[in-house]
Design a protein. Sequence first.
Length: 491
Amino acid sequence: MTRERQVADSAIYLIPAIAGNLIPLLTLPIFTRILTPQDYGAWALATAYAVFVTGLANTGLTISYDRSYFEHRDSPREAALLYSTVAYVGLAYLLCVSLTGVFREPIAGWLIHRRDAGNLVFWVSCATGMSSLKWYYLAYLRNRGEAKAYVWFTMDETLLTTMFSLFLVAYLRVGVIGLPLAQCTAATIVFALVTVRFVRVLKPAFSLSLLREELKLGYPLTPRIFLGVLNNNFDKYLLGLMSSVGGVGVYAIGQRVSYLVFAYMTALENVFGPQTYRRIFDLGDKGGRAVGTYLTPFAYASFAVALVVSLYSEEALMFLTPSSYHGAVPVVNLFALFYAVMFFGKQPQLVYAKKTYLLSVLTVISLTANVICNLAGIRAFGMLGAAAGTLVAGVISVVLYNIVASRFYRIEWETAKLAAMLGVLVGASALVLLMAQTGVAYPARLAVKLAASAGYLWLGSSFNIVTRENLQQVRSMVSRKLRPLPRASAS
């Protein structure tokens, strides 16, 4: 893949990431004036359970599929690998959702402390599961470099979900359950359409041997999924126990705004992930320096969005939400830093080395750190402590992951450049947060934000990352690729 193609694909992959997060954010002024913090808290806790159920159904295949694809790429086994994976996950997902439907009320009583929220738990599980099934088709397109098809298949679900949500929640006033009903309807429609598209151009085939091979790599990741869900959602559950479901709702809104950073990084990963795998497979142990140099611009781009979200969360929430949600500003600030740090945990050294069992071991350690940090943080500072505890635990987890992963495949990072980028991000975010908490006047805070933004741009220019050539490539290549706007094919 040429440098010009990578720059263009990076920009194209950002379209669904930006739209998929900005569109829901732009509807917040509507939904937050209809739904209460208690509604959002119940929805957030139901989503935590749904992610757990979906993770069990996927059995680690979301990670092992990528490796298996590159092992069997451009061979007749490509199609069998894809369809066997989708069929297996679909059946497992159906079983998990059926059990959820049977025990919906006890689950809701334990999780949300409201047995009447059972239908919410069930429909959130259905919506999350249906949306996840489409991921394997998208992974196939991403690994083949079909950026435009990836964008259209992703955007379809985003737009349909938004339309259905507005109709159900804002027009029919069905309450918070309208959010998962809308997503489930949209995900089902898009999954059916995408499946039909793939079947037309990629002849279905199935292979039990390929599936067993993939499950052998994925099964050791199942404990990691279970513990990972606890790790990622323990803060909300503990906050609900020690505070209130309404507090969880405000916290969830803050996390949702900051999630723009993670979504942006995931969009970039659609470009650098396959290319990182290619370099590792093609260059072997000698590719560490090449991988590290290749990843530096993507780190800069990831940290740039984290900086913007962190610094300007105050303005965003004041514009998007009523005053009852403005307490989420420091939550956004801290989670933006947390997601930025996660960039260093996205690299596939352990999966490449087939040491997936170590991921589960590391997840246990990460969960332990998260429990300790969140207990201490919530007791001392409540909602702010939960976000701070998650950030500290995340840093511990990423540092430990890189120490272990480097024993099997060493990425030679450009440490001086990365330290400068992180220095601006962490320093500016911490300063703005401190100024806000101590009551410094807004004009002074705004001046610091603008100065930090300008400084980060200068840093990108000095590292030859933000250049006129790159910006022109993005503009020309994206406009040329999207100008016809045809419906995408599967290959």
